[in-house]
Write a protein that binds this ligand. Structure first.
Ligand code: PRP
Length: 210
């Protein structure tokens, strides 16, 4: 039962014997119907994030570090990773898109919002949710390298190596996954499912249906 609809629906008109509550419950059920299975459970993700946080804390001790999260997908990983750091680190966000609304990378990396801070003289760690073709990170690494940082490295929680189109080094790599359409832990399908705590597989019939 959706409490918000329950309140908002009070006094509203009923159609065909159904009220707004029922349509909201149907949407919730649809979400479950579209999620195929859990590929990486939240516990395994948390364990890996902790491990990456420890490594980064050791490597960047006494350094001026800036984590740059790549929106939108990396927002959950960035928040989790920062809380595992045992050192001071600044953070910023860059927003890019290369997939438009589809399931295939267009190959064109569009910057929607650049970082606000000056990264000159700082150690930059780009934080990504997933490396697929590698085009986004290649582009971002090249872009940040032109701005005079002390170093630019990459941290990604998920890696799909079978999809790679360009050579890219993931300095801090989380979990390798097979070539399936994944959602959850920040990753979406048409703006949905980013809030799933586990990395899940989207049922193929959902993205292949017309
Ligand atoms: C996804 C993902 C990475 C990128 C990886 O972003 O979050 O940023 O694709 O793909 P690549 O290795 O093939 O370049 P997307 O463009 O879907 O935007 P979003 O993060 O806002 O969902």
């Amino acid at each position: 039962m959706c409490e918000l609809c329950d309140n908002a629906g009070k006094g509203n008109r009923f159609e065909n014997g159904k009220n707004e509550n029922e349509s909201c419950n149907e949407r919730a059920n649809t979400l479950n119907d579209e999620v195929g299975r859990i590929l990486v459970p939240r516990e395994k993700i948390a364990e890996k994030v902790k491990e990456l946080g420890k490594r980064i804390s050791n490597d960047y001790k006494d350094c001026e570090l800036v984590l740059v999260g790549v929106l939108k997908g990396a927002f959950i990983f960035l928040a989790d990773l920062m809380r595992e750091l045992e050192i001071n680190a600044d953070m910023d966000l860059i927003s890019v898109s290369s997939y438009a609304d589809g399931t295939e990378s267009t190959g064109i990396v569009r910057i929607i919002k650049d970082v606000d801070i000056n990264i000159q003289g700082k150690h930059v760690l780009i934080v990504e949710d997933i490396v697929d073709t590698g085009l986004t990170l290649k582009h971002l690494k090249e872009l940040f390298s032109t701005r005079g940082p002390k170093s630019v490295k990459i941290c990604a929680i998920f890696d799909k190596p079978s999809r790679r189109k360009v050579n890219i080094t993931i300095d801090y790599k989380g979990i390798e996954i097979p070539n399936e359409f994944v959602i959850g832990y920040g990753l979406d399908y048409q703006g949905r499912y980013r809030n799933l705590p586990d990395l899940c597989v989207l049922k193929p019939e959902i993205y292949t249906k017309k």
